[in-house]
Ligand binder design. Structure first.
Ligand code: ADP
Ligand code: MG
Length: 348
């Protein structure tokens, strides 16, 4: 029986699923989250709430745990770095700092000779004047964006004037890719050249928010292999420990691009809970806690639907699901428009 207590920063649905996976492995979980209503408290052993720079609360949290991981990337580097002096933080704080900054992240990927969208750093509004070449494009905040938040699609320079953009923040401007498809690769790295990798997952977004995921992805063999190869190279180069997701674009000419990296378990991997012998969550816990690596086996093809806002209500009222359907309610207190409230995975 394991005696490990895992600290997890953040408290959303990804955290809940990590806690469920940990419990199965006899690992206790303690969460630290700035949201007093965080849903993960329904699934963990202990829950500490406080802002991510509250030193007292952070000590209260780390005193209870053996090591620390996180379920979302937007945590101040200083916080992770300070915690890491007392208890190991995995993935490493430096990896988190690199990936949470869109510019540093894209520079890193390009240095590996891996294709990303074309991008340029924007510090002030006038920087965009000479960049017709990057339009139509998407202006994105360099930090703290998720689910399309902090993003502005821009077709022409004039359009900028009508948008009230706060240029005290840093941005990147990315050329719009004529998308054919989006896929993601989830990989769990345990150590040097030791990893478990899931097959490419095909993702459909609506209003920049993930709506559907499915396996198998309908892609050619070249993209199948290239996406896996790039994800492995990224994980190895970062000396990553834990589960990592690489999001990709495929354009109309079948070129593959890395869109972004998530240094954590990922929404597109919810289907791994039912479709594989070991889920992305269990693999993450196994990797960071130094437990045994189990060869990955697919049990079934699958599709997953994200339930946003009040779409959850219909499913909450359903009495019975089919044998191949798995409904997850994140138990979030408030139903908000476009908020991820739950999901349903169907094995096919
Ligand atoms: P987030 O951090 O919000 O997930 P992403 O950069 O992944 O931000 O963007 C969210 C979604 O917006 C993408 O999955 C894609 O559907 C669309 N998108 C973002 N950037 C581009 C781009 N350069 N070209 C085409 N579509 C894009
Ligand atoms: Mg994304």
């Amino acid at each position: 029986m394991s005696e490990i207590t895992l600290g997890i920063i953040g408290g959303g649905q990804l955290g809940s699923m990590l806690a469920i996976a940990a419990k199965k492995l006899n690992i206790k979980t303690v969460f630290f989250c700035d949201d007093i209503d965080a849903p993960a408290q329904n699934f963990c052993n202990q829950f500490v709430t406080g802002s991510y720079d509250n030193k007292e609360k952070i000590s209260e949290f780390i005193n209870q745990v053996d090591l620390v991981t996180y379920e979302f990337e937007n945590i101040p580097f200083e916080t992770l770095n300070e915690i890491n002096k007392l208890k190991p933080v995995l993935p490493k704080p430096s990896v988190n700092r690199l990936i949470q900054h869109r510019l540093a992240e894209k520079d890193f990927v390009n240095k590996l000779n891996i294709r990303t969208t074309r991008y340029v750093s924007i510090e002030k509004k006038s920087d965009i004047d000479a960049l017709e070449d990057f339009l139509p494009g998407i202006l994105k905040t360099t930090t703290l964006g998720y689910d399309g938040k902090g993003q502005y699609p821009i077709k022409s320079g004039d359009e900028l004037n009508s948008l009230n953009i706060d240029f005290t923040k840093g941005y990147i401007l990315e050329k719009l890719v004529k998308l054919k498809k989006e896929i993601s690769i989830i990989i769990t790295r345990f150590g040097n050249n030791k990893y478990e990798i899931y097959e490419p997952i095909e993702n459909t977004h609506e209003d920049q928010i993930l709506k559907y995921s499915k396996i198998p992805a309908e892609i050619n063999e070249k993209i199948f292999n290239q996406s896996k190869d790039w994800a492995i190279r990224i994980a190895e180069e970062l000396k990553y420990v834990g589960t990592l997701c690489v999001e990709f674009f495929i354009d109309r000419n079948n070129n593959l691009y890395v869109n972004e990296i998530a240094p954590r378990v990922h929404n597109s991997g919810h289907l791994t809970i039912n479709a594989f012998n070991v889920s992305q969550f269990e693999n993450h816990v196994r990797a960071v806690c130094g437990l045994e690596q189990i060869p990955l086996k697919k049990i079934s093809n699958a599709k997953m639907i994200n339930l946003l806002g009040d779409q959850i209500t219909h499913y909450r009222n359903m009495q019975k699901f089919k044998d191949n359907e798995f409904f997850f309610d994140y138990l979030k207190k408030d139903v908000k428009e476009k908020r991820k409230m739950g999901h349903i995975t169907t094995l096919v």
